[in-house]
Design a protein around this ligand. Structure first.
Ligand code: C2E
Ligand code: MG
Ligand code: MG
Ligand code: MG
Length: 278
């Protein structure tokens, strides 16, 4: 922990703070440059139907490349983007870019759903709905092909208006999914109170299902409960056939993970899409 709460409520900063600040300062500079020079990019990871195995959607994931090299991973630069407020413009860019891409795939005969991650700051920012609506109008994407991935942290940030906002988004036709499900403190109550269409089982569960009987039992229970609430369940981070078979048998409707494809550039993703003649 970097920050410690002093006895009188003051914050003391540990020596490593200045180092961390230097690192995040550098990330911030790279981010600002990337944003100004159109150097951010999205990669797309397949979401497949658990039974049929075909691609039904893609999750758009941000990448920060400088001269073709990945300089920082999302786990490094997203927190900095959140701390500096840059996530609002970056998130808006990602949303528009993902909608444009999905619209283009739709035009080419591949009406696949696109999922976009939304950060807390972005979600709580006044005008989130208006921006979303404008992007849908501007890109002409069928809203039913868009899904927003929200974490508990994101939901929490919305305050009192959250449920109303979520309802408005869904009324616009956009799907909502609860990302990293099971890692937060209140996963179950979130599922009960918030109008979401799907939940994504956190990778940490999927990783352990074949090694740990308790994790297997919990995962099975989550899937069963979600299904009885009429939600789609997608497992993330599926890497092996054994995991995939377990999840399919447990009733998971969709899967995502290296077994089916890592995040990839749009052109690569297109090669995976089968042309249907209608
Ligand atoms: P997430 O939304 O939970 O995304 C899933 C992460 O798991 C991605 O990491 C993905 O590449 C990785 N992953 C997928 N399948 C596997 C697998 O089989 N094994 C393993 N080990 N990993 C797998 P990535 O792309 O590094 O993104 C990390 C996080 O950064 C995301 O977690 C999300 O919270 C955030 N993020 C990424 N793009 C955006 C964005 O456009 N906006 C916002 N707000 N956050 C984003
Ligand atoms: Mg996600
Ligand atoms: Mg996730
Ligand atoms: Mg995550």
């Amino acid at each position: 922990e970097v920050k410690t709460q002093g006895r009188d409520g003051y914050c003391f900063y540990a020596p490593e703070m200045s180092q961390r600040t230097a690192a995040s300062q550098r990330i911030e500079n790279v981010l600002r440059h990337a944003l100004a020079h159109n150097e951010l990019l999205l990669q797309y990871q397949p979401k497949v139907d658990a039974k049929l195995g075909h691609i039904v959607g893609a999750e758009a994931l941000l990448r920060l490349h400088v001269n073709g090299e990945e300089v920082f991973t999302p786990d490094q630069f997203i927190p900095v983007a959140e701390d500096t407020g840059l996530i609002v413009s970056i998130g808006t860019w990602a949303l528009r870019e993902a909608c444009l891409q999905a619209r283009s795939w739709q035009r080419d005969g591949h009406p696949i759903a696109i999922s976009v991650n939304v950060s807390p700051l972005q979600f709580q920012y006044a005008g989130f709905y208006e921006r979303l609506d404008a992007i849908l109008n501007e890109t002409g994407l069928d809203p039913r092909l868009l899904e927003l991935e929200l974490t508990e942290r994101t939901m929490m940030s919305g305050g009192d208006g959250t449920i109303r906002l979520l309802r408005r988004i869904r009324q616009r036709g956009v799907r909502l999914s609860l990302d990293d499900f099971g890692t937060g403190y209140n996963s179950l109550s979130y599922l009960k109170h918030f109008p979401v269409d799907a939940l994504k089982i956190e990778r940490a569960f999927v990783r352990d299902i074949t090694q740990d009987a308790e994790t297997a039992a919990i995962t099975r229970a989550i899937i069963g409960m979600a299904r009885s609430l009429n939600k789609d369940v997608i497992a993330e981070g599926v890497e092996t056939e054994v995991q995939s078979a377990f999840l399919r048998d447990a009733g998971c409707s969709h899967m995502q993970g290296f077994l089916f494809g890592a995040p990839m550039p749009a052109e690569k993703f297109e090669e995976r899409l089968v042309v249907t003649d209608d």
